[in-house]
Design a protein around this ligand. Sequence first.
Ligand code: M6R
Length: 599
Amino acid sequence: MCGITGYIGTNDAKEILLKGLEKLEYRGYDSAGIAVFNQDGVHIFKEKGRIADMRAVVDGTVTAKVGIGHTRWATHGAPSKGNAHPHQSASGRFTLVHNGVIENESELRVEYLQDVKFNSDTDTEVIVQLVEKFAKDMETEEAFMKTLRLLNGSYAIAMLDTEATDTIFVAKNKSPLLVGVGEDFHVVASDAMAMIEITDQFIELMDKEIVIVKKDQADIYNLQGEVIIREPYHAELDVTDIEKGTYPHFMLKEIDEQPLVMRKIIQAYQNADGNLEIDSDIKHAMAAADRIYIVACGTSYHAGLVGKQLIEKLAGIPVEVHLASEFGYNMPLLSAKPLFVFISQSGETADSRAVLVKVKEMGYRALTITNVPGSTLSREADYTLLLHAGPEIAVASTKAYTAQVAVLAILASATGSAKDTIAEFDLVKELGIVANAMEILCDTKEEFELMAIEYLPAAINCFFIGRSIDYFVGLEGALKLKEISYIQAEGFAGGELKHGTIALIEEQTPVIALATQARVNGSIRANVKEVAARGANNCIISMKGLETEGDRFVLPAVHELLTPLVSVIPLQLIAYYAALHRGCDVDKPRNLAKSVTVE
Ligand code: M6R
């Protein structure tokens, strides 16, 4: 969701900014722009649509050594060239890009900017106009700080000043932003991936900090102007991790990476005795809790639902799972000794972060399970467990989901072993079986492509049904299908259909049923018969040992608590092929952003 790049150095800024923006495309956006400085002044190029559309309007003859770039995911004002960043102040002196949302923009317009003519519908323009207003009576740095002190909301900002052509003014609050350090240059980026090709040294920024970035210097201050010293860290990112290689889409590459991710997770969490272990502080925090509150969004929320089963069954601690966007405004009555577990692939999701800030203020402990070391949710929680899934680029989350479930299983079983609540459960062996099963499924892709063609060619809707843990995987299957193929899809508890939803079943309505749980095998099959009697086009995906004649696909057998790790793969692949055959932009579905950094 919105991406920022910036460059100041000795090379041509334009190409570095554009390449950086391309690396941030995965975050989701609907317009893009860059601004560069040279002896002729500021040159701004922006366009609605893809970066390729913007590239087409960039004047190739302009060369410059300083610049800022932006991909915008519209919040205030429609996606349009006029609302695309960079935005300029009235005189053109200041040029600025911004991620985030300024909540008090209307008040600021009334109080300070009534005499200013605005050129866009964005909240961002308020920031740049305020800086210009204040800079009439003070240095740019002071005007910048004064402006930032007035803002309520979230921001990551990079700004140029025609009267300080050797500087990029940078600031951050709640939205992610890094400053990268090179031999004779500095860069600014929403995440390290954008600039990893030119540097692996990055300075982390904390909320309400500004950085005065020059070619060979980056000075950090807080909003009171006090100096902050922070050394760069080394970003451990492999450039090939963020390339598609021979794959047509990142989503397909990431689906295929899942067996490897399982093995990496085993390796990362295995102790000297060969058991899967977590930090003893986390185990103690878990064991001391009388209730776990899992808070997450989207796919991570679905992983949390599976996590509840794992923790309750293996560690014997009651668990509640909440949508972050609801929890913050409608907090349930909390138990006496709660522990909060935040699940977030990106570690930057604003809805989850808002809850984390609140529960920390209330004095509670929090654990973040994330794929991104050093991400905001990781930094601000007391403990972190990493997913070790490698960068996930496709908007549709796949390998992060299975990594989240696997790490939740490790958390649950390590806590269970410490509390002695767990009977024999050799998780290393079971996850090894899962990795092999995943490999078999990934090698059977054509089967799932055929299923997509058979069940979904002209479907206007689709139901995913299951009972118990299969119901939660059905929710994830439905989310995958709708977000990339735009087919209306619903995940449903099999037994609940007859209480209303079965009214939607018509001749040929696709119903994909999961049957991986022995306890409910009979009852989910009864539910399938109910929809079949009303004309549904049924597709049963069962597990070895539970199959009956007519099942469309039989999954290799794995431990019954770990079935989501394999049953989700056919659903990911069916969604992928359904979207592909409909000509959808699989990796960058419409209206969506990878990292949702606004509430
Ligand atoms: O980075 P997070 O895990 O916090 O993101 C949460 C959701 O936005 C994310 O899982 C979203 O639902 C995915 N696009 C689904 O594929």
